[in-house]
Design a protein. Structure first.
Length: 176
């Protein structure tokens, strides 16, 4: 288990005009986000990210008050960096308790934007612009553990795409 701060750093570089958006989104964390959006929605584009940042409707959510929150986001990112060893140990211990003998090769990616957290393909992406994390940083740790369980579950069970899921009211002949 390891932290990778590159996604957040690249997105901050984009916001500061030091990197093009396409390069920021080329990070493995945002590749996981885009894959998640394809599996459980209609996908994402770089234009969706730009629209979200401009306050326009977009499937790339989680960017509300982003610019105002940048000082707190930077402080949270610094805290994560300082405490990553301690938090990694806590996460490993909690997950090993729930899943003994499980491979805990999981990368935790702090990012900016999208869901408060996702777990997919060995990656956990956590939106630093989440009010819960900004007001109580331990919530980041707790929710990261939760998202790691999604990664572990996915290793044992195939996760269907949203298009493959059929609800009971769509099943012919089903009656409550």
């Amino acid at each position: 288990m390891q932290f990778d701060f590159g996604g957040a750093q690249q997105f901050l570089a984009y916001l500061n005009g030091k990197m093009p958006l396409g390069q920021a989104l080329d990070h493995p964390s945002y590749k996981a986000v885009f894959q998640h959006a394809r599996m459980f929605g209609n996908g994402l584009t770089a234009q969706d990210v730009e629209n979200a940042l401009a306050g326009k409707p977009s499937p790339f959510y989680g960017t509300e008050s982003l610019k105002d929150n940048l000082p707190r986001i930077t402080a949270l990112l610094n805290l994560l960096d300082e405490r990553q060893g301690e938090w990694r140990a806590i996460m490993k211990a909690e997950l090993a308790h729930l899943f003994p003998n499980e491979n805990l090769n999981i990368t935790i990616y702090p990012i900016l934007g999208y869901d408060m957290g996702i777990g997919l393909n060995g990656a956990v992406c956590m939106n630093l612009n989440c009010a819960a994390y900004l007001s109580a940083p331990m919530e980041f740790l707790f929710y990261a553990i939760h998202e790691c369980t999604h990664v572990i579950y996915e290793r044992c069970h195939r996760i269907p795409t949203l298009a493959e899921i059929c609800t009971p009211d769509l099943m012919p002949g089903w009656a409550p």
